[in-house]
Design a protein around this ligand. Sequence first.
Ligand SMILES: [Zn+2]
Length: 256
Amino acid sequence: MPTQIGNKWFEHKRIDDDIILIWEPYVDPLLRCNIWLVRGSKRDALIDSGLGVVSLKQAVDHLFEKHITAVATHYHLDHVGSLCDFDDRVIHALEAEQLTESDMGGGLLKSDYSEAMSEALEAVGYPLPEELISALPYKGYDLTTYTTPRTTATRTVEEGDAIEIGNRRFEVLHLPGHSPGSIGLWEKETGILFSGDAVYDGPLLDELEDSSIPDYIQTMKRLRELPVRVVHAGHDPSFGRERLIELVDKYLGCRA
Ligand SMILES: [Zn+2]
């Protein structure tokens, strides 16, 4: 078990005038999700929310100046852990029910994953350490007691719906494959795509319990045609259109 205390559970950095990236530095890469805070003129959007080991809202309260529309790109534990901290909670209609369950695809211990899952994750590039956090959020924290905080959606969305925060408007793209209700948020005016786990610059996961390779192939073909300028993804560093096309073609080369 880790003995170090991670006093500062969340790190954050400004990406541009209106976008802040927040992350959990002591979390293993498999579960270290990018949490995006986007400033709008009327309200702010929070895209994904981490594991919920520590309350995001309490830990970095100073970042939340306006009313927050919290969007989950999908229901996996590393994306929805602090969703319950916020009054407006948005997810795709296909995954609203999963938010009420405490099992959202894993835990903080290798033993929380089946042997088959652990082997599959290792094969694609995520070897699981015995513990998936390298520090404790506070003294005495017991990793074995972790469950993803349950919550409910206050709004469900589907393809073509919009998330509006005043001067910015994001179109919901339904991007299934990684999970059935995975979504991306697309801002046409700026060419910015928040892609969740549909695409990121790391090993993609298309063989989880409810993943679908045929759906993933369709999602990748769609993303290839999108006039993207920058992708802010669910994991790993952001990238531009050229890299997006490389990632898509690599995927389609293996799977299509
Ligand atoms: Zn995921």
